[in-house]
Design a protein around this ligand. Structure first.
Ligand code: PXP
Length: 264
């Protein structure tokens, strides 16, 4: 293991689905900014929020308030559009993660095809980086996507863990192991190329540790599972438990069967 592998893996708490519940009724309850405050108290290292073009969960006003009221770094997820670029340049969040977006999808279904979209992405990455934002590209764990992300000048790649998590949920152990290998290989390639490595999508208590233990992993962004589990266990308890699992995985090898447990 390199020294870098021993660094703590940061936990970014994605609060989009607090806004999903709020928007189901209109009004202002539950408040995602209140969730962000609780997340900070429970040990989150950052807050992640996706301002979608259709504003189905997080709103422009949420981004204003998160920028003004939260003491943690804000990671703004956004599509590569002129409108979103202008919003990001106005707020200058600590980090921007560029994600693919389709109007009809339920959630971000796959990574960006940075190889196909490089002409659109290049000026956006440049402008955000020049404004001082840490730019991340959300990609599938694929060597071509890693190489083009590096060529585009991104500081970070966030590896999409959806296929690994779906294989876990379906009980497909062989596919799960293959997907974990893809994550490990892409993380190694990105790390060697000097990119910071993040990961996220679909992670839960059962799937987080092998990903947190990947050499070079620096940050995990997790939302849906924790907001859902908070209904039963409370948001702070859930974040503390996730934090504990990540920390326990940090020093252990990436062996899925060797999960260490952390009690609520
Ligand atoms: N990372 C990125 C780039 C995402 O788009 C999402 C989903 O919004 C997540 C992480 C978190 O995924 P989940 O809500 O499934 O934990």
């Amino acid at each position: 293991m390199t020294d870098d592998a021993k660094l703590n893996v940061r936990l970014g708490v994605n609060i989009d689905h607090v806004a999903t519940i709020r928007n189901a009724r209109g009004g202002d309850h539950p408040d995602p900014v209140r969730a962000a405050v609780l997340a900070a108290e429970a040990g989150a290292d950052g807050i992640t929020a996706h301002l979608r073009e259709d504003r189905r969960h997080i709103s422009d006003a949420d981004i204003e308030r998160l920028s003004a009221e939260i003491n943690l770094p804000l990671n703004l997820e956004m599509a590569a559009t002129e409108e979103m670029l202008n919003i990001a340049l106005r707020h200058k969040p600590h980090a921007v993660c560029i994600v693919p977006e389709k109007r009809q999808e339920v959630t971000t279904e796959g990574g960006l095809d940075v190889a196909a979209e490089h002409k659109v992405l290049a000026p956006i990455v440049d402008k955000l980086a020049n404004a001082g934002c840490r730019v991340s590209l959300f990609i599938d764990p694929d060597p071509v996507q890693v190489a083009v992300s590096k060529a585009l000048g991104a500081a970070v790649v966030e590896l999409h863990t959806g296929a690994y998590c779906e294989a876990h949920a379906a009980g497909q152990e062989t596919k799960k192991a293959t997907e974990l290998e893809r994550l490990i290989a892409s993380a190694a390639m990105a790390h060697q190329a000097g990119l910071e490595v993040h990961a996220g999508h679909g992670l839960c208590f059962e799937t987080v540790q092998p990903v947190a233990a990947i050499e070079g992993m620096r940050e995990l962004n997790i939302g849906h599972f924790m907001i859902g589990e908070a209904i039963f266990e409370g948001l702070e308890n859930v974040i503390r438990k996730m934090r504990g699992l990540i920390d326990a995985a940090d020093s252990s090898p990436a062996v899925p069967s060797a999960l260490k447990s952390v009690e609520l």
